[in-house]
Design a protein around this ligand. Structure first.
Ligand SMILES: C[S@@+](CC[C@H](N)C(=O)[O-])C[C@H]1O[C@@H](n2cnc3c(N)ncnc32)[C@H](O)[C@@H]1O
Length: 294
């Protein structure tokens, strides 16, 4: 955009006015459902300053005008990427993976062995640790998985973080949460000192990564046996969350399992066709069996 390299490089953090912060919050909400409260102002300010520096723009007002007339959506997509929080780790909230292995997988394997395809969706998969953890768990539990039809879909609104997920290479710190037997089996060395390990092809081949905004229509035609949507809805308001429960219900097959993040809950699960079956975990119930409210 419009500045000299020196003026940008030496510029202190942009101060965002109340009106500019409001505009940014409105874009985050309408485009991605993200609630940006005033307590996040400092964080947003430093992210936006870095972003403006990266795109060589020295005028936030001008940038916001460009966003509002953004025809092809590229500027807006990049802004959403700046505003999302992408924290993730391998086998995060370990109890969900134990539950998948011990309680959910036996039924799925039975179905797979009788010729059914099994589909698992990691919705809001960020840099890929969640879908790759699921794939490693499946490979570890099922030595003959190559003969069964198991696939994992990882989606995220943030295309930049999906590029990272595609690269599937991580720093030693990021790899630290991988159990050692999994590291031995499913990591390969790279030439990059900053990311000396990457996920092996056998794991990556089980995972398909696609951009998807949860607020917009979902193009998937078949249903899922399990959905992981963890630490995503926490950024949405109650109304947006409530709009999503019926959509998750419809996206799950019979008895499908929905895994949410540690601070996410369905308030009245039985009203939207779910029954709790573990820590922030729900099983799909047939809505026909749900009793109407008196
Ligand atoms: C904190 S990460 C969670 C990653 C992973 N599920 C986990 O628990 O480790 C939240 C992710 O949700 C994504 N996200 C936020 N709003 C979204 C939306 N409207 N549609 C799809 N993904 C969204 C963000 O881009 C981010 O990568």
């Amino acid at each position: 955009m419009n500045a000299t390299p020196q003026s940008i490089a030496t510029r202190p953090a942009a101060t965002i006015s109340d009106a500019q912060f409001k505009t940014l919050s409105e874009i985050a909400f309408s485009e991605a459902g993200l609630m940006i409260s005033d307590s996040k102002r400092q964080m947003i300010q430093s992210r936006i300053t870095r972003h403006l520096r990266d795109i060589r723009c020295d005028d936030l007002e001008h940038y916001l005008r460009e966003i509002q007339s953004d025809k092809d959506g590229n500027l807006t997509r990049d802004l959403i990427s700046v505003l999302t929080t992408n924290v993730s780790s391998f086998f995060r909230e370990r109890h969900h993976f134990d539950m998948l292995r011990d309680d959910v997988l036996p039924g799925l394997v039975k179905r797979a062995r009788s010729g059914h395809k099994i589909r698992i969706w990691s919705a809001g998969c960020s840099s890929g640790q969640e879908p790759y953890s699921i794939a490693m768990l499946l490979l570890n539990c099922l030595p003959d998985i190559q003969n069964l039809d198991f696939k994992i879909l990882g989606t995220d609104i943030d295309r930049k973080i999906l590029d990272r997920a595609h690269r599937a290479s991580y720093s030693p710190d990021e790899m630290a949460s991988l159990p050692s037997d999994m590291s031995r089996k499913y990591l390969i060395s790279t030439q990059d000192p900053k990311a000396p390990y990457e996920i092996s092809g056998v794991v990556r081949n089980m995972v398909t990564l696609r951009p998807l905004n949860l607020l917009r229509p979902w193009p998937m035609k078949s249903t899922f046996d399990a959905i992981f949507c963890r630490n995503v809805l926490i950024y949405f308001d109650a109304e947006t969350q409530n709009d999503l429960w019926p959509r998750f219900h419809a996206a799950l097959g019979d008895q499908g399992t929905l895994f949410l993040g540690h601070s996410e809950r369905i308030q009245s699960p039985e009203k939207v066709g779910f029954s709790p079956c573990g820590v922030t975990t729900y099983t799909k119930q047939n809505l026909g069996k749900v009793r109407p409210e008196p």
